[in-house]
Design a protein around this ligand. Sequence first.
Ligand code: ATP
Length: 358
Amino acid sequence: MSKDKKGVKLEHISKIYKDPKTGKDFYAVKDTTLEIKPGSFVTLLGPSGCGKTTTLRMIAGFESPDEGEIYLCDEAINELTPNKRDTAMVFQSYALLPHYNVFDNVAYGLKLRKVPKDEIKEKVMKILDLVELSGMEGRMTNQLSGGQQQRVALARALVLEPSVLLFDEPLSNLDAKLRVSMRTEIRRIQQEVGITAIYVTHDQSEAMALSDEIIIMEKGIVAQKGTPEEIYYHPINEFVADFIGEANFLTGKVVSVDDKYAELEIENEKVKVMKKDGMNVGEDAKIVLRPEGGFLSDNRGIECEVVLSCFMGAYQNYHVKVGDTIVKLADYNPNIENVYKVGDKCKLAFEPESVHVL
Ligand code: ATP
């Protein structure tokens, strides 16, 4: 498959639905502007009902936006039906044809497009090889495992050689172990084909493992777009910080600011953090501390009490009480002799670079 890679652009897209309970209109997606780079793997991530699937279905053409315009490369595509768009969708339910074998399922879309028989055979066999199902062409789909059925669904989308591949929670019907191996497969195939991929999930580890960029949605609005690292280390607000990974929040008063650092007073203790633009002495500031970003110490940091200390193999899991707040910590490669126990009074410390000021 060698096609020009195409990006996707959403300009001020909105979708309005009627709430069946109240009968009132509401925005399922509101004024969304996004640019998805050609050849990139982008994930729409967010809690149930935030508008991920609606956004994906508008790109596919199964729903039409009430406001705004969608572009594939530079072509406005709002008016095109799904089969006229250069996109293909892989569904959560696989949507396979139950009375057809693997070959015919994959060949179906090409037959509809009146592709010559020889060409169909060549394309189907090549794609089955790519998804590692060679030799299975004669099997009926009900004789396949869940993972194999998902590969057929993927092959069916890929064989049409779309410029953009859309995934609607494709792995949610698989068990946890298979999900992990299939997501690696999906990433391998996407990179091999060099196709643009837009993937909907509410599973943050899936999003982190797959994506060049993650788009976090909240109540129909894009909360943040960035690489997994940007989203994890520099979340824009509490919702994003809490949605990606485990996050502790601590609030303190800004007591000094210089070119690079600021000092916060938290529970009568001064701690250093990286300065944030616009930070002023006297204001309250909230910081995000990831569990692996903090550590316990006898002599530096904020006073705390250990309320949970649990050996997890690779790390020691602590919960410590700082004032009224419980802070969760993961101490990797713990030195068994220095493990703190429940009831110990100690100090919570971190490096300025390990916390993010919201
Ligand atoms: P999930 O992870 O649960 O699939 P989602 O983020 O994909 O959620 P959407 O399916 O995009 O969410 O739905 C966004 C909102 O729009 C939800 O409140 C949903 O109930 C509502 N909605 C979706 N489709 C329709 C429809 N056809 N008519 C009315 N409301 C709808």
